[in-house]
Write a protein that binds this ligand. Structure first.
Ligand SMILES: Nc1nc2c(c(=O)[nH]1)N[C@@H](CN(C=O)c1ccc(C(=O)N[C@@H](CCC(=O)O)C(=O)O)cc1)CN2
Length: 286
């Protein structure tokens, strides 16, 4: 097979009002463009009346030809859709404060090529983790935040998102609350890891809250960030058993492993275009 006919492995995602004929129309369009479907998942949500689909397809058609054909199908079914290439590394900006475990985990997973992300920079409101970013060869941007400088700090962040062509921002235990406006402007593109099994123990100090409550399970929640603190659409959650003998510090240490693996799954699934927004919820085609 020469270069002109080399097939590309595409990811096509879509959501639209549920109705008959969607899968037939999409599959037919892809077949007409020499597409060989290698993975297909779909879900019709009776609660929202929306239909969701994720397809991986090999095709020799050009991006322009597939885009033109998909545009026609999308107009017919009022679809919101994306077309990307399998394995493309998503340009990622990681934001941190002082806790290192999630940052280190993401940078290691990128370096070992086990996660399709390209970390284009690390933003910290403290300098504690600058050495880790530097070790991994990543630019570190110190953007301190106080009540009086929050607007300026967010303007700097917006500049970085634009200048670095950032596709997703990951809050890796970043401990500053982002403004409603920024969350709206980057809706569906900011992922947070909250160190509790939401909706339990929102806000600051969830392990202290959990210890005071005497829980027997702790957890972590990765979610898209909205203006409502820790209320964004949940992408992934995980838990670990604990008992009465554990101190708050013990819970923090046990929780770090839960947080890292929960955030890693969420970022991977986002990068692989497996997460679709369904109002305040998500559909995750794992
Ligand atoms: N708009 C949003 N911003 C952030 C969210 C979010 O869901 N929406 N998640 C947080 C992370 N986080 C929990 O996961 C969290 C971070 C910080 C606090 C907090 O209360 N911090 C300070 C106040 C800081 C500030 O005013 O900016 C405090 O301890 O008093 C609660 C939860 C990241 N940002």
């Amino acid at each position: 097979m020469n270069d002109e006919t080399a097939a590309t492995h595409w990811i096509l995602t879509m959501s639209c009002p549920d109705q008959p004929g969607i899968v037939h129309a999409v599959a037919g369009m892809l077949a007409e463009h020499g597409g060989n479907i290698t993975e297909s998942q779909q879900f019709g949500d009776p609660a929202s009346g929306l239909f969701f689909m994720r397809v991986q397809v090999e095709s020799t058609a050009s991006r322009d030809d597939l885009t033109a054909a998909m545009t026609q199908v999308a107009e017919r079914f009022e679809m919101t859709w994306t077309l990307d290439v399998v394995g493309r590394r998503i340009r990622t900006l990681v934001m941190v404060s002082k806790a290192a475990h999630c940052l280190v985990d993401l940078l290691y997973r990128e370096r070992s090529q086990r996660m399709p992300i390209e970390v284009v920079g690390v933003v910290g409101n403290h300098r504690d983790l600058e050495d880790i970013a530097t070790f991994y060869g990543k630019p570190f941007h110190h953007v301190p935040v106080t009540k009086d400088t929050k607007a300026e700090a967010e303007a700097t962040l917006r500049g970085l998102v634009t200048d670095l062509d950032v596709e997703v921002v990951v809050l890796a235990r970043y401990m500053q609350i982002l403004s409603d406006e920024l969350c709206r402007d980057l809706s569906g593109r900011i992922i947070n890891i909250h160190h509790s099994f939401l909706p339990s123990f929102k806000g600051a100090g969830p392990y202290r809250q959990a210890h005071d409550r005497g829980v027997k399970i702790i957890g972590a929640t990765s979610h898209y960030v909205t203006g409502d603190l820790d209320e964004g659409p949940i992408i992934e959650q995980d838990v670990e058993r604990v008992d009465h003998s554990r101190t708050v510090e013990d819970l923090v240490g046990i929780g770090e492993d839960v947080e890292r693996r929960t955030l890693a799954r969420a970022v991977r699934w986002h990068a692989e275009r497996r997460v679709l927004l369904d109002g305040r919820r998500t559909v995750v085609f794992r």
